[in-house]
Each structure stands twice: as structure tokens, then as C-alpha cells.
Design a protein around this ligand. Structure first.
Ligand code: UFG
Length: 330
């Protein structure tokens, strides 16, 4: 009776593994370590270094472990890179998921929870965004995630596999004990970049666009704590294991913050002035992304614990201050 976490050495994967193990579950982690870190793999998880595109390695894993359910984080996730290297994204995210589903079907493993994204919606018509809103991705990353959802849906009809697709908004923060946290190379996300200024790793932060139709002209995002996302994966898995039907869920706090507001919160948390410089818009950024997560609350019983943005940034700050170079110094 084990749970397989693919991509369990990555940011959201490592937090989910931690919570599964804290809840007494038996966990197997598989990761190719392309963007994940050995130091992020929980010592109580059985670790396989493998790539999901390697069908033989997947088959061997399913033959040697008794896997009840899979949580699938193993994908590339940088929007900018997906635009310049689309085939890299199709290869890992789609071909990799195809190999995974083939192996799962062959080994009669029929439950999977997987990472989707707010990027499947593209530029929303209105906020908060509902799961039933149009999905019109504006970048290749979002397109591959939408295609993964659709692949699951067809496989589900043909083979009876059941899945939940979790569409995250802006994942952020770190485990409250600061032992694991966010580490990307290169880092592109707002909160870790802002915190690099008080860490002395950059002089200032660039604000990408000040002329959006929002309350202060900068983009609005829905920031959701990584441990709340981890909770949602476990609830979604247990929902499937207890007979729940395949479904799609948004995961966000339902509250939007502008880029300037996030920088102000970071100034307050760190006590550093954090100089900010207005620069051009970044291609492909929607003005506002705010989730309605009512469905996850009512169907899965999900209740995010981190509603306060100051507390969220405090957990990120505790991680980055104790690990200024991510896992490199661990
Ligand atoms: N931003 C800046 N300066 C920076 C970095 C970011 O102003 O140095 C702005 C961005 O333009 C955006 C906001 O801060 O308006 C948040 O940017 P992030 O890069 O942190 O996050 P995104 O909203 O772009 O991306 C998130 C997820 C993606 C997902 C996307 C959906 O990280 O995986 O939402 O659009 F695809």
C-alpha cells in the first residue's frame, strides 16, 4: 500500500511527500533530478532516480512496489522556456505522461492526481475563474498541461483509470520549519526574486509592467501556500481511493495581490527597503488570475490554512534566509 510521487524531489512534490510521510503513509519517490534536488528527497521515502519517459524503468518500479495511487509532478514548468523550446515541453510533459499512463494501465494502477495550472485558462474573461471557464492557453507550458488533462480524460474513458487535475494558481512559501522550500535555477518567480534583494543577491526587483488595468497598474495574482497545495493532493488522492470520480479543481486563495503589494509585504517582513524598478511587460502575462476554489472546498473538503499573505511571505523568507543558495549549501 504505497503512494508513488513522481517529481518528489521538486518544490511542490517535496512538500507533498513530507506531508504524506508525516501522516504515516508509505511513499515511493521517483525523480530524474533534472530540476529536483537529492537533498529535497525525504529520507523515509524509497527513492528511484528515473525519467518518466523511460518505460522500462517505470515498468520495473511498478513491478517491485505495490502502488495504490500516483501523484504526478514530473514536468517542465517554465512558461518562458516553453515558448522558446516547445518540443522540450511536449517531450517531457506529454510523451512522458503517455509512457506513465501506458505503464499504469499495464500494471493495473488506476488512480492518479496530477499538477495542472492556471495557465490552462490563458487570459481570463472574468475573475474569480471557475473550472468550467474557457481554457485557451497563451503559452506552450499551459497547452501541454491542458493536453495532459485531455489525455487523462480519454484514458479514463477507455481504461477506467480515475484522475484529478489540480490547477494551481501561484504556488509560494515554504515548509514552516524551513527545512524544504522553493529552489529554481534560473529563478523566475516573483516572491523568491523579491527576497533575493534583502539577501544581497540582487540590487533591486523589476516590476514587469505598470499599465495593466488593475488597481495599481501591476499584475494581480492569487498566491497559495505550498503546504496548502500539498494538503490538496492528499485529499484528492484519498477522494479517488474512496471511489471519487475523475475531476478538475482550481487551487487558490481566491484573493488577488498586485506585484507592488507583494513587494510591500516583503519590505514589511524583511525590514529591507527592496528598491523596485518599473520595466516593460513580460510577454504572455495575463492582467489578473484569481481562482474560485469553491469546488475543491466543497468536494474535497480542502481548507487552505495560509490565508494571510504576510505569513506566507514569512515562511518563504525563513527558508531563503537559512538557504540563500537553495539546496546547494545543504
Ligand atoms: N513579476 C515581476 N518581476 C519579476 C518576476 C515576476 O514583476 O521579477 C511579475 C510577473 O510579471 C507576474 C507576477 O509577478 O505578473 C507573478 O509572476 P511569477 O513568475 O511569480 O508567476 P506567474 O504568475 O507568471 O506564473 C504562475 C506559475 C506558472 C503558471 C502561471 C499561470 O508560476 O507555472 O502562473 O499564468 F503557468
Amino acid at each position: 500500500m504505497s503512494i508513488l510521487v513522481l517529481g518528489g524531489a521538486g518544490y511542490i512534490g517535496s512538500h507533498t511527500v513530507r506531508q504524506l510521510i508525516d501522516a504515516g503513509r508509505d511513499v515511493v519517490v521517483a525523480d530524474n533530478l533534472a530540476t529536483g534536488f537529492t537533498a529535497a528527497v525525504h529520507p523515509q521515502a524509497r527513492f528511484y532516480q528515473l525519467d518518466i519517459r523511460d518505460r522500462q524503468a517505470l515498468d520495473a518500479l511498478f513491478e517491485s512496489e505495490h502502488i495504490d495511487g500516483v501523484i504526478h509532478f514530473a514536468a517542465y514548468s517554465q512558461v518562458g522556456e516553453s515558448m522558446s523550446r516547445p518540443l522540450k515541453y511536449y517531450n517531457n510533459n506529454l510523451y512522458g505522461t503517455m509512457q506513465l499512463l501506458e505503464s499504469m494501465v499495464a500494471h493495473d494502477v488506476g488512480r492518479i492526481v496530477f499538477s495542472s495550472t492556471a495557465a490552462v485558462y490563458g487570459e481570463p474573461r472574468s475573475v474569480p475563474i471557475l473550472e468550467s471557464d474557457p481554457t485557451v492557453p497563451t503559452n506552450c507550458y499551459g497547452q501541454t498541461k491542458l493536453a495532459m488533462e485531455q489525455m487523462m480524460s480519454w484514458v479514463s474513458r477507455a481504461h477506467g483509470l480515475r484522475y484529478t487535475a489540480l490547477r494551481y494558481f501561484n504556488a509560494c512559501g515554504a515548509h514552516p520549519d524551513a527545512s524544504i522550500g522553493e529552489a529554481h535555477d534560473p529563478e523566475t518567480h516573483l516572491i523568491p526574486i523579491v527576497l533575493q534583494v534583502p539577501l544581497g543577491r540582487r540590487e533591486s526587483v523589476s516590476i514587469f509592467g505598470g499599465d495593466y488595468p488593475t488597481r495599481d497598474g501591476t499584475c494581480v495574482r492569487d498566491y497559495i501556500h505550498v503546504t496548502d497545495l500539498a494538503d490538496a493532493h492528499i485529499l484528492a488522492l484519498d477522494y479517488l481511493l474512496s471511489g471519487g470520480e475523475s475531476d478538475v479543481f482550481n487551487l487558490g486563495n481566491g484573493v488577488g495581490f498586485t506585484v507592488r503589494e507583494i513587494i510591500d509585504v516583503a519590505r514589511e517582513v524583511t525590514g529591507h527597503p527592496i528598491p523596485a524598478v518599473l520595466s516593460d511587460r513580460r510577454a504572455g502575462d495575463p492582467a489578473q488570475l484569481v481562482a474560485s476554489s469553491e469546488k475543491a472546498r466543497s468536494v474535497l473538503g480542502w481548507e487552505p490554512r495560509y490565508g494571510d499573505i504576510g505569513t506566507i511571505v514569512e515562511t518563504a523568507w525563513a527558508w531563503h534566509r537559512s538557504h540563500p543558495h537553495g539546496y546547494a549549501e545543504v
